[in-house]
Write a protein that binds this ligand. Sequence first.
Ligand SMILES: Cc1cc2nc3c(=O)[nH]c(=O)nc-3n(C[C@H](O)[C@H](O)[C@H](O)COP(=O)(O)O)c2cc1C
Length: 198
Amino acid sequence: MGKMKGKMNNDFCPQSLFLYGNYQPDGTPHFGLFCWFSYCHIRDGEEEGLGVMACIGEEKWTKDLIRQQGMFSANLVTRPLLPLADYYGTTSGRDNPDKMLRLPTVESGQVLHVPTIAESPVSFELKVVEERHLADGSDLFLCRVCNVMVEEALADEATPFLQRLLQADPVITAGAARYASLTGEDLGGWGEPGAAEE
Ligand SMILES: Cc1cc2nc3c(=O)[nH]c(=O)nc-3n(C[C@H](O)[C@H](O)[C@H](O)COP(=O)(O)O)c2cc1C
């Protein structure tokens, strides 16, 4: 079968979902949901190592906090976290001062002053090395991974990696504004899992 000219979108480019976390000026935690997230190798002064590229669209509370503090956490979204994650992704922090009345179990970062999520099996602590303005309402944050916390069972290399990955049960978004599991189950459209739990 041949190829045809496709629509200009990123369907068929599965993305893992992450909850970005920061402390607000009053010390309470804040989370937003993000998928434009990938990896790179980065230099930060004298240090070099694993980095992250996080693209944040229009101005929002998460971006304000990342700019203020120069750091954030990124917590992998799994199936049990999806309703809360969806709520965080469809509720504007700027417009809803009460957004954080719904909270996961919050822990403190080990290396950076960022809130992490106990229910998430993988949490990154990220320091912003550079911000690049790409276009109106589009900014890229290049970050160094300063620490990774991973659930003990997932770090056990005696278990084959794919088994551990499926055990983590991450949620992806693969196109058409829907959520899916790694095994191909449809987990609802953006805005649905969070609304169902209200
Ligand atoms: C599935 C999903 C993925 C999202 N990914 C991104 C993203 O990568 N970049 C972005 O700027 N916004 C993304 N958003 C939108 C933010 O989550 C949304 O703007 C939210 O209000 C951010 O929280 P805040 O307003 O408290 O900062 C996504 C939303 C959903 C539902």
